[in-house]
Ligand binder design. Structure first.
Ligand SMILES: Nc1nc2c(c(=O)[nH]1)N[C@H]1C(S)=C(S)[C@@H](COP(=O)(O)OP(=O)(O)OC[C@H]3O[C@@H](n4cnc5c(=O)[nH]c(N)nc54)[C@H](O)[C@@H]3O)O[C@H]1N2
Ligand SMILES: Nc1nc2c(c(=O)[nH]1)N[C@H]1C(S)=C(S)[C@@H](COP(=O)(O)OP(=O)(O)OC[C@H]3O[C@@H](n4cnc5c(=O)[nH]c(N)nc54)[C@H](O)[C@@H]3O)O[C@H]1N2
Ligand code: SF4
Ligand SMILES: [Mo]
Length: 754
């Protein structure tokens, strides 16, 4: 029987609503849901292949356990028993660890690393359970995709606003001028800026007479749409943006406008920027000084303007400084926290707005990594340091790993070293639907069900969306016999770490609800202040623990019904009545209530930033030489795990090194010929694609390829494996404040292979 069902797409940050067509239990088509309150029918080729991805025959359907060196299918009970047997002794040796029985933290915590990958921000399980797991385990060896991605933005926000999660987004639908630094939303569909149909929103900007400026060493599909494209030399954006700040002060254009009363240390920024004149940076950036001045003037003159930076602004040596400068430019041009500028979304499951005033502030470097002494950021260590934390002998060495939705062998620096290091662990468990380059090292693999059989709610991306809205989709198909939901997998994993395998996984949700309601009733500002937690818990609805937690978060959240205090407010039941979502309106100003700094103001010139500015000042007058490597993304790909879907691979989605014609001629490279690319971490041989889309002196290789390892189960990807760009990168170059690896602007050597 044919029917349709709604499912929010989990594949990228655009969070498009899909209408899937089902023939019995097979998805035969996926199209955009025209009635979706946010995405309004938009879809991209990845979403359209939802059915194919969902039914990939290589997807694991049963858990695997290593026996006599080989991974074999077992029952779920056997798999969890193996997890507890493998991890519990290591946890126990380091003292009590349960989140319910707090005890003093053993130095460094247990020798168990937790590695969390990108899809965790796209699943309900990944949002709700890892925080519980981390609180219970209290390991200091926590590594996530953030340190090959957006950690610089978290650190910048932590320092500026006192809250690393308070990330302002461009008010895309109302801005008159969008300045894009190192992002290619035409292919990525946007990031740290959830905007389904980013392409349409850019076209709408142009239609209403707005201006688009793109700073990118490649002429990307986004750059092609721009009024102005600046092909900057990679890694020099901090210099460019500082020179714009200098120009604003120099020419009397710095005017924060209405928000001035909530800012502190603005004069310190002026002093910090003084030496970064356009003339002083022009050579390094390879952008004429007069053009830099004009960029600053245009930004100041626009009726409204938004500055937006992404991967090319974060995964670089001065990533935190650049991320800070992105916001500083918006503040100084009066485009902070106002329509058309950069604004803070208000998520339906986030905390309700609190009374303005001093907060707890944000601290960095509360502990350091064992081997290289990297400071923690947001309780994480750099994923670039994962290999050395495993393979360097000594007290506190990481001996086991819990890997959830991560493929760091391909996505993190020094892929080969990490590959070897993971193989040497005493124990590793992967929660992953594929047997891939990383999970092949696991002793236990716990596969989640396919997305059609999981519910979807965007806990992470609603806080980054260009419009406030809320949507929820239940699974479109029931779970296969015996297959647990991913939430249940996470909950059982938490129980195993606590030595409680066999206990009811619902206990985990009950504990979280109990704690959260306990806090809420004790909070004099909460609508449920003074009520009984048990009575509130009984009011929660939902089919399972995850739904009850969602109901609780919605009801206590900024739009919530407050358990009856605001009867028109949000609850799970209300959301279920609106299958295409509920629109909550355009972004609204949130300063000062969003601020959590100790001063209660936007602290414009934090100490760690000033120190980084001094380090950058030392670079003035220098010009990076040699060939620099940057990445690229393709619309029909997504990090490391979509190369197994036939409809998405092939054509222009290929793992080639793009080289400018001048460089190709100089280096004697031919189109389609092989080149050897060498970095400080290793080398690869890869086909050359000659194109003037990259600027001279820059080559581009995508990440997420290199599917040629034995012991994986990726029949499509393995046939056209590509190479792992992160083999080139020894992972020694990091943005020091955030621990984020330098993935863009990496020095490489390029030679022809004969
Ligand atoms: N050189 C270079 N390297 C990069 C980047 C770059 O630009 N250049 N980009 C970086 C960025 S921004 C990121 S975010 C990282 C991403 O890198 P990772 O965080 O490693 O994420 P993925 O490569 O997407 O791999 C995700 C894993 O999750 C599994 N998975 C898929 N769906 C699910 C699910 O529903 N549940 C579970 N449990 N598992 C699932 C997949 O099979 C795969 O093994 O890569 C980074 N690496
Ligand atoms: N199709 C597709 N979509 C995706 C993903 C994917 O793999 N494929 N991954 C998802 C993830 S995890 C993320 S984090 C987002 C990332 O989203 P984006 O950041 O929009 O994606 P990228 O294509 O990496 O864009 C980074 C751009 O920065 C440029 N760049 C490199 N170095 C520099 C530099 O030094 N300065 C400047 N100004 N620019 C530079 C690159 O040429 C590139 O065009 O995309 C998400 N969406
Ligand atoms: S843009 Fe992103 S969310 Fe939308 S259909 Fe494509 S992959 Fe899915
Ligand atoms: Mo990412």
């Amino acid at each position: 029987m044919t029917r349709t069902a709604l499912r929010i797409c989990p594949l990228c940050e655009a969070t498009c609503g899909l209408t899937v067509t089902l023939d019995d239990d097979r998805i035969t088509a996926a199209r955009g849901d025209r009635d979706d309150v946010f995405s309004r029918g938009f879809i991209c080729p990845k979403g359209a292949s939802f059915g194919e991805l969902d039914a990939d025959p290589d997807r694991l359907t049963r858990p695997l356990v290593r026996r006599d060196g080989r991974l074999a299918e077992v029952t779920w009970d056997e798999a969890f028993a193996a997890v507890q047997a493998g991890l519990r002794p290591l946890v126990e040796a380091h003292g009590p660890d349960s989140a319910t029985s707090p005890a003093p933290l053993a130095p460094g915590g247990p020798p168990v690393a937790v590695v969390l990958g990108n899809p965790n921000v796209h699943t309900v399980a990944g949002a709700l359970y890892p925080p519980v797991l981390l609180a219970g385990l209290r390991s200091r060896s926590v590594f996530t995709a953030s340190t090959v991605d957006q950690m610089p933005k978290h650190v910048s926000s932590g320092l500026l606003y006192g809250d690393p999660l308070a990330i302002p987004v461009p008010d895309l639908d109302r801005t008159d001028h969008l300045l894009v630094i190192g992002a290619n939303p035409m292919d990525s569909n946007g990031s740290l800026c959830t905007a389904p149909d980013f392409p349409g929103r850019i076209r709408a900007l142009r239609r209403r007479g707005g201006r688009l400026t793109v700073v990118d060493p490649r002429r990307t599909r986004t750059a092609r749409l721009a009024d102005e494209h600046l092909a900057i030399r990679p890694g020099t954006d901090a210099l460019l943006l500082f020179a714009m700040v200098q120009t604003l002060f120099e020419e009397g254009l710095a005017d924060p406008g209405e928000r001035a009363a909530h800012l502190s240390q603005v004069e310190d920024v002026r002093r910090l920027a003084a030496d970064f004149t356009p003339e002083a940076v022009a050579g390094a950036c390879d952008i004429p000084a007069e053009r830099i001045r004009r960029l600053a003037r245009d930004l100041a003159a626009a009726p409204s303007a938004a500055v937006y930076g992404r991967i090319g602004s974060t995964t670089v040596e001065f990533g935190t400084l650049t991320s800070w400068l992105v916001d500083v430019l918006a503040v100084l041009t009066g485009n902070f926290d106002r329509p058309g500028g950069i604004m803070f979304p208000l998520s339906a499951t986030g905390p309700a707005p609190r009374r303005p005033g001093p907060g707890r502030g944000f601290a960095l470097g509360r502990w350091h990594s064992r081997v290289s002494g990297h400071p923690e950021a947001k309780s994480e260590l750099p994923i670039a340091a994962l290999a050395e934390e495993i393979d360097t002998p000594g007290e506190g060495r990481v001996r086991a790993a819990v890997v959830i939705a991560a493929n760091p062998v391909l996505s993190a620096p020094d892929g080969d070293r990490l590959d070897t290091a993971l193989a040497s662990l005493d124990f590793m468990v992967s929660v992953d639907p594929y047997l891939n380059e990383t999970s092949r090292h696991a002793d236990v693999v716990l596969p989640p069900p396919p997305p059609s059989r999981s519910a979807h709610f965007d806990f992470a991306f609603n806080a980054l969306a260009v419009r406030n809205q809320v949507r929820y989709t239940r699974p479109v198909l029931p779970l296969a016999d015996g297959q647990p939901d991913e939430c249940e997998i996470h909950a059982r994993l938490i129980l195993c770490l606590g030595g409680q395998d066999g206990a009811d996984p619902a206990l985990i949700d009950a504990m979280v609800i109990d704690t959260a309601l306990g806090k809420a009733v004790a909070d004099p500002l909460s609508p449920v202040h003074g009520r009984q937690p048990a009575e509130l818990a009984r009011e929660l609805t939902g089919r399972n623990g995850a739904e009850r937690r969602l109901d609780m978060m919605l009801r206590l959240g900024p739009y919530g019904d407050g358990f009856g205090a605001a009867p028109e407010g949000l609850s799970l039941a209300r959301l279920l009545d609106h299958p295409h979502g509920i629109d909550l309106g355009p972004l609204a100003p949130r300063v000062p209530s969003v601020l959590r700094t100790r001063s209660g103001t936007v602290e414009m010139c934090p100490g760690p930033i000033a120190a980084e500015a001094d380090r950058l000042r030392g670079r003035l007058g220098t010009e990076p030489a040699g060939v620099l490597l940057v990445g690229r993304r393709h619309l029909r790909s997504n990090n490391s795990w979509l190369h197994n879907v036939p409809a998405l691979v092939g054509g222009s989605n290929r793992c080639t090194v793009q080289v400018h014609p001048d460089d190709a001629a100089r280096l004697d490279l031919t189109d389609g010929g092989l080149a050897r690319l060498k970095g400080d971490g290793g080398e690869v041989e890869v086909p050359v694609e000659i194109t003037d889309a990259v600027r001279p002196g820059v080559v581009s290789l995508p990440h997420g390829w290199g599917h040629d390892r034995p012991g994986t189960r990726l029949s499509v990807a393995g046939a056209d494996p590509g190479v792992n760009v992160n083999r080139l990168n020894a992972g020694r170059l990091l943005d020091p404040l955030s621990g984020t690896a330098v993935l863009n602007g990496l020095p490489v050597q390029l030679t022809p292979v004969r």
